[in-house]
Design a protein around this ligand. Structure first.
Ligand SMILES: [Zn+2]
Length: 1134
């Protein structure tokens, strides 16, 4: 299976990659190319089976010019073990149901009239039962909204960032020799390796040895952590010489169990009982940190304030303030802290995400990342970097759990790492990155491999003087179409290489001919469907929706913000559906009411979709009129199912986006649902039944929408159960998004609501899409995670896809890989751009193969791994109880770290916690994932919120998820002049990050905490009044309006800097960052804020320190009870 590269490259000069683009250069001119063998017509090019063997060949060593990060020494233990592979998670593939309901012939509608008197339009040729009805009829007698349990709202928590990227590897050939020489190297106690001969060839500095945490054993169990990989070995550890393993150490013996010593019997996954364990860490002396560590854990146990019914006053902080008990409640914990001090571990001594992120950011502030670098680790997902396409695609589009593919399945199993990709095909580039080139091959379409259909890319090798090319996926030797022929130079490169971006760039777009169409490409339609039932009026949602739509579609001057050619349509609904004729010739919009929602039709053919500029006045006046028009509406039961059916009919031949605003569970019309929520099921095995749709109606409807290319975004405003599991099928299958606003309150949620409409409408968007991932021989794609539809096992069908949607792909071995070659991946997305162009976007990625476990870890990417594992865990949550999913996640964490410990650092003392540098933050991120609303325990998370959070994580990109898990926090009370200022590229430098723990907050300070969903501005109770004057224009904390969603625009330097920082953060995030002002000890929102401090004990889970200790204990158990597992692998004897 291993097609050695040399076998397929006749004619190329040895060791030189003919068409390898020099890093940093980019070509231009879309090449026009010659014909290709016919592509199988019809549906977008289906791509046949899996590729054949073989990766690309010897790389020309495109070492990036900029100072390469030196390659760390290789821990070179031989791998000797095989263990169970990473779990795989089933993905629901949906059977494709037949269409039902075909489009009705649209009928021209009635006479103009004022909207308020909208009358039933004169129907011609309409069956009687389809009579349109004037608004106001069919309004049932006054009905109060459903009286159901009010939602409890639970604060969120999240997490963020980074991982250390580590290792580098070199040119293949040279490396292999080195690896062999190093096969007997040992790992020093500080993780540094003894240098073998020949190692001096490696760059001299920069190695990042495994991070090590030492704990001295003994009855007093003092702990010493060494976090700095470059720090000298601590205490008594001879440099470079590992302590002898303590044979027979008993994991249960306190003497050999530093971390377990205090609580040998304490289950790792049980939070310590109050009063024991590790209380809040008081501030280190001299740091000026809070004297009173508040107790987030206790706060969390306060009963969440029940939300009020929407019609009541906005409940903001003031009335909740008394519950906060700001100071007094924290004291008990302080006392606990004293009592528990003997078990205290200095949090400054455990791995800090902040330090890792800052270091990576500083590195990539100095230089761009050249994507084909084999010497630099990929920037962390948290880092703001600039990438130069050097033949691999930008990491924004494509990240891997490890950039050294294990050569065999056994090696992968030994490492315990998942082998996966996270792909975000339409991710936004940074403003200073080169745009993606588009290449048009004319009627023949882009050049592709005849066997596996892979698209032409920089890793395909031209041979036979340019007459043939060898596919890097399947190794098939293809003939070059005469129109694409070009002579090769002495190095085997095509002479026209500089004019062929498709042969140089990792990412390319191909303009494609008709055979790639499934319908005539046209600009997207944006239809807004607004629930105008009783709840929508009473909650203020309708008023806010109108404002949000106007703001999203037109700028201040009335010009459209949508892409050129896009059209918009408006409809409203309660028990009936109201269409509007918006033809530009009309004086006023005409309403047409379709009352028979069980047999819905579209009552107009023209005027439903209009140009937002020519019909601007008409549409705006309609929108402005809606709140008044429906002010007295008492109808409940908004018929969401019928609305989707109608819009699908209207857009069947075109596709686009349907943005819906729904306030309650649909209990009438097609797709009527039952209220089935039962909080008694929460926390039980049966809870997951609530995560599955209650019937097939919405799934089938969503699949019809996929065929129509109709992507649905769903804004939900429930004040009771709304069944997100069932309704949410619409966005999750069509590639859209769900946004939740429980107990919507315009004062509290209005800015977030309208801000998110604008974000959704303005994102880069494609529709009628089909995506396939290919990989080179020896690997296969086995599972996909995310929000999409699949009719077969290889193609993701996406009614729509935007810049923020990501997919996980699980890769498995299909044979042994040749480490002399690289493994290749290609993502092809066939789609229609929002402005109506049919394109195939291709992302290529090629990466080395490793036969040493140390390299697999060295090049592992924790950010991607945690994102990937979260997608897998969510998928498992549908088939297993959540507590099992959580346990499995911790177990996975232990397995991975134990694998490193056993195989790469086996000679170190058992009392030491040794983590791979790349994964030293893995325990922290695993913990934050356990604390996420999608997985955490606690009956206070209702099933709607649970399912919503799960689906959101499934589709989340790596960068967004890292901030979501571990929020970004910065102090803003003492800003230097250099921060908070925008440079010419739009970049804003931030103050140094602070770890998210209450212990880090200075009561005399102010902090911004941002998690990609909200932006909290926390004000300590002792914050100086000068600061308040500068930022808020008031002198005391009591005068600050904590309900504000925008800071006052004051001209003081501090105000300007803070607003610049906020706006920069807002631009970086896919969702609108809602400002929440939190005054210490005064506002109820502090509970929600404290749940974001994920290093503390909260969210029904341990503190970071405790969890790390628990993980360490488990690793020790794993290592000491199965230390010899490493010798049992068959693989090593082969
Ligand atoms: Zn091929």
């Amino acid at each position: 299976m291993s097609g050695p590269y040399t076998n397929v490259r006749p004619g190329a000069s040895p060791g030189v990659r003919p068409n390898m683009p020099p890093p940093g250069m980019r070509p231009m001119q879309p090449g026009v190319g010659p014909a290709r063998p016919p592509v199988n017509g019809q549906h977008p090019p289906q791509h046949p089976g899996q590729p054949g063997p073989g990766g690309p060949g010897p790389r020309p060593n495109p070492v990036s010019p900029q100072g390469a990060r030196p390659r760390p020494p290789l821990p070179n233990q031989q791998i000797r073990t095989a263990s169970p592979g990473p779990g795989q998670h089933p993905t629901g593939a949906h059977a494709h149901p037949p269409h039902h309901g075909s489009a009705q012939t649209p009928t021209p509608m009635g006479t103009p009239g004022s909207a308020s008197q909208m009358t039933s339009p004169p129907h011609q040729g309409q069956p009687l039962h389809r009579s349109a009805t004037p608004l106001g009829q069919n309004i049932p007698p006054q009905q109060p909204p459903h009286a159901q349990q009010p939602y409890q709202q639970t604060p969120q928590h999240q997490t963020q960032q980074p991982t250390p990227p580590p290792v580098s590897m070199d040119q293949n050939g040279a490396m292999n020799g080195l690896y062999n020489q190093m096969s007997n190297m040992t790992v020093g106690s500080n993780g540094a390796m003894d240098q073998p001969q020949g190692f001096s060839q490696m760059p001299p500095q920069g190695p990042q040895p495994p991070t090590e945490f030492k704990a001295k054993t003994g009855t007093r169990a003092k702990r010493v952590f060494a976090t700095d990989p470059s720090a000298p070995p601590s205490q008594g550890q001879p440099s470079g010489m590992p302590p002898l393993p303590q044979a027979g150490a008993n994991p249960y013996d306190p003497a050999s169990q530093p971390y377990g010593a205090q609580n040998p019997g304490q289950a790792w996954n049980q939070p310590p009982a109050p009063g024991q364990g590790y209380p809040q860490q008081p501030p280190a002396s001299g740091q000026g940190y809070p004297q009173q560590p508040p107790a987030p854990y206790q706060q969390q146990h306060q009963p969440p304030a029940p939300y009020q019914q929407p019609q009541s006053q906005p409940q903001m902080a003031p009335q909740m303030a008394p519950q906060m008990a700001p100071q007094s409640q924290f004291r008990p914990n302080q006392a606990q802290a004293q009592a528990g001090s003997k078990s205290r571990i200095d949090p400054d001594q455990i791995p800090s995400p902040v330090a890792v992120q800052e270091a990576d950011q500083q590195e990539w502030d100095k230089m761009p990342f050249v994507t084909n670098s084999r010497t630099h680790a990929t920037p962390l997902a948290s880092t703001d970097f600039m990438a130069v396409d050097g033949g691999n695609c930008n990491p924004r589009f494509f990240r891997m759990t490890t950039y050294n593919i294990p050569s065999t399945e056994d090696l992968l199993n030994t490492a315990q790492l998942p082998m996966g990709l996270v792909i975000q095909p339409l991710a936004k580039l940074r403003a200073d990155e080169a745009p993606i080139d588009t290449v048009d091959f004319g009627d023949s379409g882009p050049a592709r491999c005849r066997r596996c259909k892979a698209y032409i890319n920089p890793y395909m090798i031209f041979t036979n003087g340019g007459q043939r090319f060898v596919c890097n996926m399947c190794l098939f030797e293809n003939e070059v179409d005469p129109s694409y022929f070009c002579n090769l130079d002495m190095n085997g490169r095509r002479l026209d290489l500089d004019q062929r971006p498709e042969l140089r760039n990792g990412t390319i777009e191909f303009a494609v001919p008709k055979e790639y169409w499934n319908k005539t490409p046209a600009p997207a339609a944006y239809v807004f469907a607004i629930d105008v039932s009783w709840n929508a009026i009473q909650s203020g949602m309708l008023v806010q929706a109108v404002e949000g739509i106007k703001n999203a579609v037109w700028d201040e001057n009335g010009a459209s913000r949508l892409v050129p050619g896009a059209q918009i349509g408006i409809l409203t609904y309660d028990k009936n559906i109201h269409f509007y004729n918006l033809s530009p010739g009309l004086e006023q919009a005409q309403m047409m009411v379709v009352p028979d929602v069980n047999d819905v039709f579209v009552p107009l053919s023209d005027g439903f979709l209009v140009n937002p500029e020519t019909s601007q006045a008409l549409v705006v006046s309609l929108l402005d009129m809606l709140p008044q028009l429906f002010a007295e509406n008492k109808t409940t039961e908004p018929v969401i199912g019928a609305v989707v059916q109608a819009v699908r009919m209207a857009l069947e031949n075109r596709g686009g986006k349907l943005i819906m605003f729904q306030t309650s569970l649909p209990t009438y019309g097609p797709g009527a649902l039952k209220h089935r929520d039962d909080s008694k099921l929460y926390g039980t095995d049966k809870e997951r039944t609530l995560y599955a749709p209650q019937d097939d109606f919405y799934r089938k409807l969503a699949e019809q929408c996929v065929d129509a290319g109709l992507c649905i975004d769903l804004f939900l405003f429930p004040n009771a159960y709304i069944d997100v599991a069932t309704l949410g099928c619409l966005p999750s299958i069509t590639g859209g998004e769900t946004l939740m606003f429980p107990n919507f309150n315009a004062a509290r949620d209005g800015a977030k609501f309208t801000g998110n409409i604008a974000k959704i409408v303005s994102r880069p968007f494609g529709f009628n899409a089909l995506m396939r991932v290919r990989c080179s021989t020896g690997l296969r794609i086995t599972e996909h995670f995310g929000n999409f539809h699949m009719k077969n096992s290889t193609d993701l069908e996406l009614a729509g896809i935007d810049s923020e949607k990501a997919f996980g792909v699980l890769v498995k071995h299909d044979g042994k890989l040749d480490e002399k070659t690289e493994a290749s991946f290609q993502v092809a997305l066939l789609y229609t751009t929002a402005d109506g162009l049919r394109r195939v976007r291709v992302h290529n990625f090629s990466t080395p193969v490793a036969s040493l476990l140390g390299n697999v870890f060295r090049w592992a990417d924790m950010d991607t791994t945690i994102n990937f594992l979260s997608k897998g865990a969510i998928a498992q949550g549908l088939s297993k109880p959540l507590n099992e999913v959580r346990d499995a996640l911790t177990e996975k964490c232990v397995k991975i770290l134990s694998a490193y410990r056993k195989n790469c650092a086996s000679s170190t003392a058992p009392g030491q916690l040794i983590l791979p540098e790349s994964f030293k933050l893995f325990p922290l991120y695993a913990l934050t994932l356990l604390k996420s609303k999608s997985l955490r325990s606690g009956k206070d998370i209702n099933s709607d919120m649970r399912v919503h959070q799960m689906r959101m994580l499934k589709g989340m990109g790596v960068s967004e998820s890292i901030a979501f898990f571990y929020p970004r926090m910065i102090p803003v009370h003492a800003l230097e002049e250099t921060v908070g200022v925008e440079d010419q590229t739009g970049r804003v430098f931030l103050p140094q990050l602070v770890r998210v723990s209450y212990a880090r907050l200075n009561p005399a300070g102010a902090y911004i905490l941002e998690n990609g969903q909200n932006l909290y501005l926390w004000l300590g109770r002792e914050v100086p009044s000068e600061f308040l004057m500068e930022v808020f224009g008031v002198a005391t904390l009591d005068e600050v309006d904590s309900g504000m969603h925008y800071l006052p625009k004051l001209s003081t330097p501090t105000s300007t800097q803070i607003r610049t920082i906020m706006s920069y953060m807002e631009r970086q995030r896919p969702k609108y960052l809602n400002l929440v002002v939190v005054r210490q000890g005064k506002d109820q929102s502090e509970i929600e804020f404290s749940n974001q401090l994920v290093e503390d004990k909260n969210n029904d889970a341990m503190s970071y320190v405790d969890y790390l200790c628990a993980i360490h204990r488990m690793i020790q158990t794993e290592v000491t009870t199965r230390p010899h597992e490493v010798h049992t692998s068959l693989w090593t004897t082969r």
